[in-house]
Design a binder for this molecule. Structure first.
Ligand SMILES: *Cc1c(COP(=O)(O)O)cnc(C)c1O
Length: 338
């Protein structure tokens, strides 16, 4: 099987497994796990924030960020196709008790004027705007890179209104590598950020949230409340350290493979690529094939390719560490045959 469902399917490398075996550990609820501390310090430095916290997943990291920034009854502004709105089971409403106000973006990027217009004023009838969430790269926009200039403009709007910004940076390293920038160039325009270690970076488990010391102290408490206080978690942090130190630059290979895949798909009659393929995600429109995407995904599976349905006539293909150029060619041959 050629598994193009997601970059979450990557298996830990041999170096990661060895690092897990050799990891020095302690009880991290007592802050006594040296490997966790090392990972958190490294991540905080890379992300340009005072402090960082290891969390079990990207979803948990985003949820803790909203819990820490907001109180129940607040309103959160976020893009209409953002992961926090679309794919987290309504958790910010269930846990923090906030309501969401969505803004339609272009390629995942919200217009700063729309954000400004959505911020609530001082009115006894209205909820208070508690948080603005950004997503970079933007998953449902096909791994689209949100330009730094757009983030800066929204940050200025937010700062003037004294509203914090949280960045869902599950795939922020993909954006940074594709643009030849450091992740700090993006995170400077945020108060807090979440990054996934277990997507393109290849670690088996975990995410990082980063922000001020004050934010992380409160976030640590929320993590404990949610049952995310881990004990000898250094075995999970060790591959995370390798993810951040050895796996970042190679994301460029995934991007090249995605672009190559997209060019191949565009040459197959009846299929067309919808997105610009900024990074490692290819969105394929199946309309001209005359069948819904879930049926097309079944046909792909019969031909040995795993993909996900991403809309009634949209299929998502994602390249990652465990997919090489030869497998991309095999996938294209199989798609051609279908
Ligand atoms: C995958 C993803 C998450 C959630 O990460 P999990 O570790 O799967 O919970 C959050 N945001 C975006 C944009 C994602 O792609």
């Amino acid at each position: 099987m050629i598994d193009l469902r997601s970059d979450t399917v990557t298996k830990p490398t041999e170096a990661m497994r060895k690092a897990m075996y050799n990891a020095e550990v302690g009880d991290d609820v007592y802050k006594e796990d040296p490997t966790i501390s090392k990972l958190e310090k490294l991540a905080a430095e890379l992300l340009g924030k005072e402090n960082a916290l290891f969390v079990t997943s990207g979803t948990q990291g985003n949820q803790i960020a909203v819990l820490t920034h907001c109180v129940s009854g607040n309103e959160v502004l976020l893009e209409k196709d953002s992961h926090i709105f679309y794919y987290e089971g309504g958790a910010i409403s269930a846990f923090t008790g906030v309501q969401t106000r969505t803004i339609s973006g272009v390629k995942g990027a919200m217009n700063p004027d729309d954000v400004q217009a959505a911020i609530r004023g001082e009115d006894i009838h209205e909820p208070e705007t508690g948080l603005i969430c950004l997503e970079n790269t933007h998953n449902r926009a096909g791994g689209a890179i949100i330009p730094v200039e757009n983030m800066q403009a929204i940050f200025e709007v937010a700062t003037n209104a004294h509203i914090p910004i949280h960045l869902d940076g599950a795939r922020l390293f993909n954006a940074a590598v594709a643009e030849g920038k450091s992740v700090k160039e993006f995170t400077q325009y945020t108060d807090t950020v979440q990054i996934c270690l277990s997507k393109g970076l290849g670690a088996p488990v975990g995410s990082i949230i980063a922000g001020s010391n004050e934010f992380i102290t409160k976030a640590r408490k929320w993590r404990k409340r949610l049952g995310g206080g881990l004990r000898q978690a250094g075995v999970l942090a060790a591959p995370g350290i390798i993810a951040l130190t050895e796996m970042v630059d190679r994301l460029a290979i995934d991007h090249e493979n995605a672009m190559y895949l997209a060019e191949g798909v565009n040459n197959i009659s009846g299929l067309s690529v919808i997105n610009a393929v900024d990074t490692n995600i290819v969105l394929v429109d199946t309309t001209d094939k005359g069948i819904p995407s879930n049926m097309y995904v079944e046909k792909l599976k019969e031909a040995g390719i795993l993909a996900v349905s991403f809309g009634p006539t949209t299929v998502r293909l994602t390249t990652h560490f465990d997919i090489n150029r030869e497998q991309v060619n095999e996938a294209l041959t199989a798609i051609q045959r279908i």
